[in-house]
Design a protein around this ligand. Structure first.
Ligand SMILES: Cc1cc2nc3c(=O)[nH]c(=O)nc-3n(C[C@H](O)[C@H](O)[C@H](O)COP(=O)(O)OP(=O)(O)OC[C@H]3O[C@@H](n4cnc5c(N)ncnc54)[C@H](O)[C@@H]3O)c2cc1C
Length: 288
């Protein structure tokens, strides 16, 4: 339970952090809130020789509007997301999801950037970002680039980040006024990772679904964007028969592991159940 020895670096700018990480290569690792990385180091599942702490970089913090998008700095904590009036008004799904992550102590230091960059299929924010159509701002050796969240996740702990990259911000298009959204998470106890979870954002028009997007957590090696299930629901009144078809389509793309949270088949079925619950709550919140 004691991590290997490492050198600690505390850059004060993104450029300095990128320069350090590029020079250190596989020996260096970015440190954000440390609430995924440090436990991994204590278990010796990660043994970086150098930690590059991003906490001293003021530019990486904060939540702002930019046209029709909200841009959230990578070092913004889950606690900050919960307390943001801007997010509460524009994207309340982020507050709802943050409140289901771990416990207050973890949320005070755990960051949005760390949660989405980590690549752990159990993290809650990635599926929500797929659902919302978010884009990640990344700065590396070659300068800044933007990567769609839907193209970011490649396998468990494998993402589109390359050595030397720092994820600097998350850009989220604000869902239309009157949208409904919900995140339903099945967990064994308060503070647990999801057995299965589903995020839904939808709009209604004349009692029918006008647009719909669905993300699923911890039922595959990566978060899943359930595009086919959302297509099935679009144009429907969310009647029971259509919801059942969408549930089957969502379950069909899952491939969870059997683990302490339950056998694979159970977790697949729970993804379907979480989806139906999230749909019902999102519909109840939507106008139109
Ligand atoms: C008891 C406990 C319960 C938890 N329960 C949940 C839960 O239910 N749901 C959930 O989603 N999470 C949960 N977590 C994880 C928590 O949310 C972490 O804070 C989060 O996963 C990682 O954020 P962090 O800021 O702590 O990142 P760190 O642990 O510092 O970093 C995580 C990884 O991301 C990389 N990284 C971090 N920031 C950047 C960046 N800006 N650019 C490039 N790479 C970066 C690091 O190098 C590292 O590989 C739990 C943690 C604990 C300790």
């Amino acid at each position: 339970m004691i991590p290997g020895s490492f050198s600690y670096h505390r850059p004060s700018s993104v450029q300095e952090a990128v320069g350090l990480l590029a020079k250190l290569g596989d020996d260096g690792r970015a440190l954000a809130g440390g609430h995924s990385l440090i436990p991994m180091m204590k278990l010796r599942l990660a043994e970086p020789a150098h930690l590059v702490d991003l906490a001293g970089i003021a530019d990486l913090k904060g939540i702002r509007s930019d046209g029709n998008d909200i841009v959230i700095g990578a070092m913004t904590t889950q606690h900050d997301l919960i307390g943001s009036d801007l997010l509460g008004t524009k994207i309340p799904l982020l507050r709802e999801t943050s409140l289901l992550i771990a416990d207050p102590q973890v949320r005070y230091v755990g960051t949005l950037g760390g949660n989405v960059a980590n690549g752990d299929p159990g993290n809650d924010m990635p599926a929500v970002m797929l659902c919302l159509g978010a884009t990640y701002h990344v700065t590396g050796k070659g300068g800044e680039r933007r990567i769609a969240a839907r193209e970011f996740y490649q396998g468990a702990y494998f993402t589109a980040l390359e050595a030397g990259d720092v994820l600097t911000a998350v850009r989220i298009p604000v869902p239309p006024a009157g949208h409904g959204a919900a995140y339903e998470k099945l967990k064994r106890k308060i503070g647990d990772y999801a057995t299965a979870a589903a995020a839904v954002v939808l709009t209604m028009s004349g009692g029918k679904v006008a647009t719909c997007s669905i993300g699923l957590t911890n039922v595959a090696e990566t978060p899943l964007w359930a595009e086919e299930a959302a297509k099935i629901l679009t144009g429907s009144t969310l009647d029971a028969a259509t919801v059942k078809k969408a549930m089957a389509a969502a379950e069909a793309i899952t491939a969870p592991a059997s683990d302490a949270r339950g056998p694979a088949h159970y977790r697949t079925k729970m993804a379907g159940v979480m989806l139906t619950r999230a749909l019902a709550r999102a519909k109840a919140k939507a106008r139109g």
